[in-house]
Design a binder for this molecule. Sequence first.
Ligand code: ZN
Length: 176
Amino acid sequence: MATLPVAKVGNPVLRKMAGSVDPAVVPTRAYQQFIDDMFETMDAYEGIGLAAPQVSRSEQLIVMRCDGQDGFPETVLINPRIVFYGPVQAEMWEGCLSVDGLRGKVTRPSSIRVQALDREGRSVDFEAAGLFAVCIQHEMDHLIGKLFLDRMTDLSTLTQLKEFDAYWKQEPATVI
Ligand code: ZN
């Protein structure tokens, strides 16, 4: 296992379209090791999601996990596609391991349906809602060269972490 270096905003790898992963590669020991390294890196920086371009590999792989009441189980999505967006929008604070020290509010569909391969290379098709749906959309944005900053409609909510903790942390996520 290894913690991988995280590409930061300004690194061109974060602005590229990620290539699809050859399903034949997924079961290989090297690729499974890469997935484990992605989780180790995500955990080392206390993230809830990480996309392969963030560790400078421009390919369609994301890993996610979030413990707690509104959390979601360990999830690996390879070559993911969103095939349905629900009609309700959710506004949530987002941050990113590639954008140090900042949070901002982003509005996204609060439910989605996703098709992808899992870490065994099997096809999965599922619906996600709430924080899970937001996290999937945030991570999938990394696969098309987008950051949450690009999704903010009101830049006045851009907040440094210290100020987030002081003024905004208690504010519940609002569904609009
Ligand atoms: Zn991110």
